[in-house]
Write a protein of this length. Structure first.
Length: 392
């Protein structure tokens, strides 16, 4: 069974202005000669003093002027250090400065970005650095209303005992750090351990595993990887969202891969393009089922996933097989207890103590090892004859 949870980072989230000042000061500390360069090319703030500049924070024009000055200083400093011979740590400091100077700002109204006028962007960068103290910490969301900051801890555990078989701590954002992406890495490690040097597990093999996960794990890529490894995916399908409330979903459209066509509930058939798209376009104008299908003026468009057939079959199996749903209800909730033990102590939510992914991942591995040891001791683990054994 696989799941993940967000663990709060050890630093305070910084706003854009605080990050810009802190990033310039970090370059001054870590890059030889940078302090002199800052004196020469930066005029927006006295970077020898920490904290925010003193302005009228209620005045939008004063705020935009400060943002413009700090961004221009950052860009000027990065340009001044271009070509300098720097070690890895020094390069990281300059790269971080360049990143924070661009992630949260956009050209001011009426500017094309070349006149040095900037403002705080009206959107949040997808992979935003939230602190120059811990550049690996990230924003994420448990729901549209609940934003969290920190890291994501992923675990794989055995359903009956709760023994944790794998773990990973990643940044909280990024496709490569998503639940299904990390689960694929757990799958690869499990398969390699079961059959060293080969991938020859079959579905009726004793080494074949059932993988339990909620709908966040129900992607086509993960299902395909589990199937190819000879395991069984007991993953709750992602719910389908109809284009019109109560209307048709993609499962109401028939896909014929051999013929390369998609048929709609209204009886129309369209070819699948090389990019996996079937466009009904003008056919929707006179279709009597249009109100149940689309609100688009250009008609309905069906975009097929690379593993569309696998996803469709998974949804059919889930709906038709009560034993599959019962197995999910029996085993998957057990991971919640594992997550609770991992992420809390004494009824309180844990907060990470270290900076960076590597250090916090090392902490996670130590914690899961301790939890496993406690679990095994509770199941009768003891020492006999100089060896560890499980009492029966």
């Amino acid at each position: 069974m696989v799941d993940s949870t967000i663990l709060a980072d050890a630093v305070a989230t910084q706003d854009t202005i605080t990050q810009l000042v802190a990033a310039v000061r970090r370059v001054a500390r870590e890059v030889p000669g940078a302090a002199a360069q800052i004196q020469a090319v930066c005029s927006g703030h006295d970077y020898r003093t920490p904290g925010k500049p003193q302005i009228d924070w209620e005045d939008p024009q004063a705020k935009d002027a400060l943002v413009s000055a700090l961004v221009n200083d950052a860009n000027a400093l990065v340009a001044a250090l271009e070509g300098a011979e720097l070690d890895e740590q020094q390069q990281s400091a300059v790269a971080l400065l360049a990143l924070v100077a661009g992630q949260d700002v956009e050209p001011a109204e009426g500017s094309d970005g070349t006149d040095g006028r900037w403002r705080i962007a009206r959107k949040v960068a997808a992979d935003r650095v939230i602190s120059t103290v811990d550049p690996d910490a990230r924003h994420t969301r448990k729901s549209p209303e609940s934003r969290r900051d920190g890291y994501r801890a992923h675990v794989a555990a055995e359903p009956a005992t709760g023994i944790i078989t794998d773990e990973a701590l990643t940044r909280a954002a990024g496709t490569e750090n998503s639940d299904p992406a990390v689960a694929e890495r757990f799958l690869a490690a499990e398969t390699t351990q079961a059959t060293p040097g080969s991938q020859d597990i079959t579905a009726d093999d004793d080494r074949a595993l059932e993988w339990y996960g909620d709908s966040a794990y129900g992607t086509g890529d993960l299902r395909d990887a589990i199937t190819k490894a000879g395991h069984l995916a007991v993953l709750k399908p992602k719910p389908l969202q109809p284009a019109v409330q109560g209307g048709f979903t993609v499962d109401d459209f028939t896909v014929d891969r051999q013929a390369g066509t998609v048929g709609c509930p209204g009886g129309h058939v369209r070819p699948i393009s090389t990019t996996g798209v079937a466009t009904f376009g003008a056919l929707c104008r006179t279709c009597p089922l249009r109100q149940q299908c689309t609100t688009s003026k250009t008609g309905r468009k069906i975009v097929l996933h690379d593993h569309d057939a696998l996803l469709r079959q998974a949804r059919r199996d889930w709906a038709a097989d009560p034993a599959l749903r019962e197995a999910y209800r029996q085993h998957r909730p057990n991971v919640e207890r594992v997550i609770s033990q991992l992420a809390s102590r004494g009824g309180r939510r844990l907060k990470l103590r270290y900076l960076g992914t590597a250090a916090n991942n090392a902490w996670l591995k130590r914690r899961t090892a301790a939890l496993n040891l406690r679990n095994l001791i509770g199941r009768g683990l003891t020492r006999r004859g100089g060896a560890w054994v499980l009492a029966t």
